[in-house]
Design a protein around this ligand. Sequence first.
Ligand SMILES: Nc1nc2c(c(=O)[nH]1)N[C@H]1C(S)=C(S)[C@@H](COP(=O)(O)O)O[C@H]1N2
Ligand SMILES: [Mo]
Length: 162
Amino acid sequence: MTLAELDLTGDLARPVRLTVPDLLRWPQHRVDVSFDCATSGIQHHRFAGPRLYDVLVDAGPGFDPARRKDRLRFLIAVTGTDGHHAVLSWAEIDPDFADAPVLLGVRIDDTPLDAAGPQLVLPQDRCGARHISGITAIRVDGAYRCGAPAPTTPGHAAAAPR
Ligand SMILES: Nc1nc2c(c(=O)[nH]1)N[C@H]1C(S)=C(S)[C@@H](COP(=O)(O)O)O[C@H]1N2
Ligand SMILES: [Mo]
């Protein structure tokens, strides 16, 4: 069996490639979730896996951990094997803010996800669409531009304020 691989990249001191067996090194949590799918209706699943927060903190996100406000600009972009893509905000999973118990599921209904890759588990979501399966990449990003004026480059005019 080939193990699926997940890349943690972005503003991280220790970017890393992880398999499902690697994800067993963190404390494991179990949760029963129900979510509604716009096409197939209500689904119930039992997931197990580490907290996304624990795994990302160990990769060393590039903020000052002592400054709560510094964390608020970070987002977490999650991509599945088929290109399905969604973002979370750092504050969504941070214990000082919304503290959502988001897991990286390594088992669904007692089926291991070693070959398929981990699945995002968001017990707080009513809709199933962010339960991204076959996660191949998670990018932590605190450096995207959000309305700040563009730095002036010689020979280029600064962007007009909007
Ligand atoms: N990789 C990936 N994950 C995905 C999706 C997808 O299209 N690709 N669909 C989402 C949607 S819309 C739902 S409702 C849940 C459950 O979908 P399923 O019944 O197809 O498993 O998975 C989510 N995870
Ligand atoms: Mo869905």
